[in-house]
Design a protein around this ligand. Sequence first.
Ligand SMILES: Cc1ncc(COP(=O)(O)O)c(C=O)c1O
Ligand SMILES: N[C@@H](CCCC[NH3+])C(=O)O
Length: 451
Amino acid sequence: MSLPASDLTKQPDQRTTMDLGAVLPCTAEVRDDHLFIGGVDMVELAREQGTALYVFDEADLVGRMEAYRDAFRSRYENSDVIYASKAFLNKEVVRLAEREGLCLDVSGGGELACAQSVGFPAERVFVHGNNKTPQELEEAISAGVGRIIVDSRIELARVSEIAGRLGVTQDIYMRITPGVEADTHEYIRTGCEDSKFGFTMLEDFAYKCVTDVLAAPNVRLAGLHCHIGSQIFALHSFREAAQVMVEFMARIRDGYGYLIEELDLGGGLGIAYTADHEPSSIDDFAEVTCAAVRDFCGEHDLPLPRLLVEPGRSLVANAGVTLYTVGILKTLPGIRKYVAVDGGMSDNIRTALYHAEYEPVIANKAGQPRTEIVTLCGKHCESGDAVVIDMPLQHPDLGDIVCVFGTGAYNMTMASNYNGQPRPAVVFVRDGQARVVTRRETYNDLYARDI
Ligand SMILES: Cc1ncc(COP(=O)(O)O)c(C=O)c1O
Ligand SMILES: N[C@@H](CCCC[NH3+])C(=O)O
């Protein structure tokens, strides 16, 4: 796969770093032409720790956790925020989520193991996945997780059998596919009808399955779940999903005489990847979802359920940046200018996968206007290996430190070792201090599993 053809008429925007607005982590500043985050000089940090390097602004990350929790609690007392750990996961982010009173969404045994390794309370863990293995289900149930989000009838039978064998009653949610077409990339849309996730509403299948769920021994139907997709800007999609779900709750009450106590509306709030993106705020998202649940429950005369949301990207994406060193420069006349960095699709697959957009700056020229249009390509043996396609950048020189913003979600967790590339370290910065929370992989790590 090659890159999309360059738009040669595109003009550099002349913006400097501090013009990038919502893309920046909250403590970003420029001092003497250098980019600082959390009071730490990104150029010095890159020299000390090497590149490629994931850096997180801890104040930004914790601030968003607090903002989410407070935005929901202040509007809807019986609510909880579940951090979707697939967006970015290591032990330290789990400790932060614990401390901030969040719950945790894990998508399988590996994510659960990380939560357990730091003693995250099992009852605050929500287990997802469309094909959790029997082993993963057993690990989760014996760990005492709070809720298992059941994705199919086959899985219902498995959960019921395993819980019975372990002598427990497991609280479960049914994941419903609400048929809402969220306005986002087709690959990250999950609530539409053609989806591998959840119980479909087509031919009233989900409703009919409630019979099986209520009859299954050793499980208790605690709630319903939906997740309509990711990177969603249009808040009305969340209102539509809430409407479908509350109507479904009303049907279950009327048809089965069963009151659903909890409603999990998933994650999906979009964020600013470029300075031109205008995402909704956490407060607006909370306002729309809380009001929707209240309104539709009122219409159906239903008591308000416990309300849960599962943000991933909107908690961590803008807190994270990636630092690289410029290694090679190549100008192809009439085609594009390549700036090759010491990472690429191994630390950020999103550009190759979705043609995702990112804003880059040169950290050692951060106060200068971005006067060129460049493609930041990676070091991998793949033509489609790019981090940034046709975006403005300050004039690049060999050895410059490039900072790509908005890489905190689905970069580290989707990283690979393609071409034997060790995965980058993760550093948290705060109040002028940098601490490594995940060390860089070594060559030894790469082959440690081989005989
Ligand atoms: C079930 C579920 N919950 C929550 C999320 C988090 O979504 P986002 O990162 O868009 O907030 C995802 C990922 O899309 C998901 O699949
Ligand atoms: N990994 C995707 C989103 C999928 C979210 C998980 N359901 C991304 O980078 O945008």
